[in-house]
Every structure is written in C-alpha cells, then in structure tokens.
Design a protein around this ligand. Structure first.
Ligand code: BTN
Length: 255
C-alpha cells in the first residue's frame, strides 16, 4: 500500500495471511481504539461472514476480503447510508480495473452479467445518539473459478475472472477500491449521502423495474420507484400502495 493516495482510508493497513473474519478483526481493533481508516485485509478467511448469518466463501489467493474502520459523526439510524459508499466504490473499481459493467442490486449486492460478484457487510458499534464506529466489510470475487463457488449457493454467483476471462490484479484492485472509498467518504462528510445515493440509483439494476419482493412475512409484486435516505426500497405495489421495504429479498420479474 505504499503511496496510497488517500486522506483517511488505508492510513493503516493490516495484512493477514489467514483469519476467521476481517470484519471480526477490524471490529476488535476498533473497540481497542484503532484510528479511522484502519483497513484489515486477509488472504483467506476461515469463517467469512455474510448477511443474515450466512457464510462467505473465502478461498486463499484469489479474492479480496477487506474491512475498513470508519468513525463518522452521525447517528446510528443514518449509518446504513454508508452502504451506499461501499457499493458505489466497488462498482467504480470494477469499472476501472476490468472491462465489465457492474450493476447494483438492492440492498447491497453487486452483479456482473446478472450474477453476484461482491458482497458487503457493515457492522456498527453505537450508543443511542451517536456512532462509535462502523466496520465496512467488503468481499469481491476476483479470480475464483466456478468450481470453487460450490453448488449450494442461494443466488447465482460468479467472479470477475469467470465473467471477463481476464485475471484481475489483486493489489491494484485493492488500491483502487480504497482510493474510491476514501474519495466517497470525504464527499459524504462534506455533502452528506444524497450525491452518493444518486449514483447508487443510477447504477442500480432495479430502478423502474418490475420486481417480486419477499419481506420475510409475505410477498408482493410492484415497480421500484427508488431508494430513500435510509436505504429502504420504495416499491409501488400492484395493489396500489407505495411500500417502504426495509429488508428482504427482491427478484426481477421479466418485462
Ligand atoms: C453478503 O452476504 O453478501 C455479504 C458478504 C460480506 C463478505 C465480506 S469479506 C470481508 C468481510 N469479512 C467478513 O467476514 N465478511 C465481509
């Protein structure tokens, strides 16, 4: 990381050969006072954490697993806005480092050619009024081969290598990602989430599209209107109401 052109992100970078989860390591370091911008990167994770308690496949030598400690002066309810930052940073990085066109799928998946290549998991430590720190966890499938992906995945997944046929330079990718993240965080601190959310929407695969939403306690169909400042999806339901979806699964419907 010599010569990283950033203000905050990557001020300190900890590279590990193997760990359970970079999010767990970064969280512990943050609890012990690690400065804002501290980054933990591992070559492999034995217990990579995915959303909803799922496992994130983390074979050695091929992908990117990293976590970033931020200490934004915001309230806990606003912390979900940081997801826009990592999503947009990963999308921009894929664009800069490959020939692929990334698409965003709510809430925080990044797809190429309709399949998932990256996942994000933010974890927060907060009091009622203010955030102590947030750990942004970012996993990107760079050079993993399809046979390493396994057949038990709930959603179709791929890697940048599988999708483009060209291996990705891991260090260059990591460096670009940290630089993009740093620039976006700077902007977030000055201008708030609105400009970054606007880019998120522009890049999202679901804006204006027909979807089926599964909220966990029911299913409905509708058309995506956008996303609000708290990351909730706004869907005009076929039944007529404008629904605010805080969490759940969204699938594109044809047509
Ligand atoms: C998802 O389920 O889509 C989120 C996956 C997040 C994986 C990354 S890999 C680096 C960081 N450390 C973890 O244990 N998880 C995140």
């Amino acid at each position: 990381t010599r010569g990283l052109a950033t203000r905050r992100v990557g001020g300190r970078v900890v590279c590990l050969k193997e760990t359970d989860s970079t999010n767990a390591v970064a969280f512990k370091m943050a609890e012990e006072g690690a400065v804002e911008g501290t980054v933990v990167i591992a070559d492999t994770q034995s217990a990579g954490k995915g959303r909803l308690g799922r496992i994130w496949l983390s074979p050695p030598g091929v992908n990117l697993y990293c976590s970033v400690v931020l200490r934004p002066p915001i309230s806990p309810v606003a912390a979900c806005q940081l997801t826009f930052l990592s999503v947009v940073a990963v999308a921009r990085t894929i664009e800069r480092e490959t020939t692929l066109i990334p698409q965003i799928k709510w809430p925080n998946d990044i797809l190429v050619a309709g399949k998932k290549v990256a996942g994000l998991l933010n974890e927060m430590n907060a009091e009622t009024e203010k955030v102590n720190f947030v750990v942004l966890g970012i996993g990107v499938n760079l050079n993993m081969r399809l046979e390493q992906l396994g057949s038990t995945l709930r959603h179709p997944a791929t890697s940048l290598l599988e999708a483009s046929g060209t291996p990705v330079r891991r260090i260059a990718f990591a460096r670009t990602l940290l630089e993009e993240l740093d620039g976006l965080y700077d902007r977030f601190l000055i201008e708030g989430e609105a400009p970054i959310r606007a880019e998120w929407l522009e890049r999202s695969a679901i804006g204006g599209r027909r979807v089926k939403v599964n909220t966990g306690n029911g299913e409905f169909r509708g058309t995506v209107q956008g996303v609000d400042a708290f990351g909730a999806l706004l869907v005009q339901s076929d039944q007529g109401a404008l629904e605010t979806v805080l969490s759940g699964d969204v699938a594109l419907l044809d047509g």
